[in-house]
Design a protein around this ligand. Structure first.
Ligand code: 5AD
Ligand code: SF4
Length: 337
């Protein structure tokens, strides 16, 4: 039965919820081999590097799982200036990166106009730009697109509405969906994703998450194991969600063969070589950290966050060993490698 499901998925890039649940519950490793083969066929052997700049850890939200939540008064808040951000961009350009990812908490200091100015300055380089800055009204998203931003990351986190409401006080699932729909409509390459192993999250709801990625036709999907943070209400939820996260990621590759899938930092945090394992199970993207070292440690979404070396030569050495290479393209969804 298991192999029949994999064969069918390979052929039609589609699975029923029941089949997804079966793949999630199984311990069979051939899921990962199949996802790896599909990745090789549709995306080639190139790995896209995205330079991640965590430009602010201020956040108006209070997500139960996240160390940057508003009610965590123990972290030192920082906000990079435009000049500091542009310095990191310059470092990434000198290191030959083709994509910049600006990631931050929902920091309202960064108004529409401030963002637009920054986007235009970054886009003076020949580079793709991804924003990961949370929920905004449609007119702001449109202004960011018009200013030159190419992509946007906004994880749905979970499609279980009851769980979503519990974990996100003063936020709404409907608005999250509205944002993703707007981003797609405006022509952003749109990334989403979920957390795996949240308290009270079921296998059935993870299957729904995967089906949601397919229905949205997400261009990128980032899957991360939930890692408890001591200064959050979920500090006592100890579980190792690595294997299940890897399965969610691999099944996503079966259903969306040509999208970009990162080997997430959270995977590396839970397992030595976690990112390499992910790259051999369907992933084709890594996001090395270009935040100035002084601030890197303050962007503590979860504890002991690994920050991969951003030196292209070192990464290249590592991935050569698994028969892969660094891609020289900007790595849009339609790029083969
Ligand atoms: N463990 C793992 N991932 C987390 N995120 C937030 N908190 C945690 C945590 N404790 C993820 C969310 C968010 C992304 C920026 O970080 O999925 O979208
Ligand atoms: Fe803010 Fe994002 Fe953390 Fe939620 S997950 S508290 S929106 S940084």
């Amino acid at each position: 039965m298991f192999y029949k499901i994999l064969e069918a998925a390979k052929e039609h890039s589609s699975l029923s919820k029941k089949q997804i649940i079966e793949l999630l519950l199984s311990k069979d490793q051939s899921l990962f081999e199949t996802a790896n083969k599909i990745r090789e066929k549709t995306k080639g052997n190139g790995i896209h590097l995205r330079a991640l700049i965590e430009f602010t850890n201020f956040c108006r939200c209070n997500c139960y799982y996240c160390g940057l939540r508003y009610d965590n008064h123990k972290i030192k808040r920082y906000r990079l200036t435009e000049d500091q951000i542009l310095l990191s961009v310059d470092n990434a350009m000198k290191a030959d990166y083709k994509t910049i990812v600006l990631q931050g908490g929902e920091d309202m200091f960064w108004s529409k106009d401030k963002f637009c100015n920054l986007i235009k300055k970054i886009k003076e380089y020949d580079v793709a730009l991804t924003l990961s800055i949370g929920e905004r009204p449609k007119d702001e998203y449109k202004a960011f697109k018009d200013a030159g931003a190419d992509r946007f990351l906004l994880r749905i986190e979970t499609t279980d509405k009851t769980l979503y409401r519990k974990l996100h006080p003063n936020m709404s699932f409907e608005n999250r969906l509205r944002c993703l729909k707007d981003l797609k409509e405006l022509g952003f390459e749109t990334g989403t994703g979920c957390l795996v192993g949240l308290p009270n999250q079921t296998i059935s709801s993870l299957a729904d998450d995967i089906l949601f990625f397919k229905e949205l036709n997400a261009d990128m999907v980032g899957i991360g194991p939930f890692i408890p943070h001591p200064n959050t209400p979920l500090s006592n939820e100890q579980k190792d969600n690595f294997d299940l996260s890897l399965r969610v990621m691999a099944i996503t590759r079966l259903l969306l063969p040509d999208i970009n899938i990162p080997a997430t930092t959270a995977m590396e945090t839970l397992r030595e070589n976690g990112q390499i394992i992910a790259l051999q199970s369907g992933a084709n993207v890594i996001m090395p950290n270009f935040t100035t070292s002084e601030y890197k440690k303050e962007y503590e979404i979860y504890p002991n966050k690994k920050s991969s070396n951003n030196c292209i030569n070192d990464i290249s050495e590592q991935i050569k060993k698994i028969g892969r290479k660094i891609s020289t393209s900007k790595g849009f969804r339609s790029d083969y490698t």
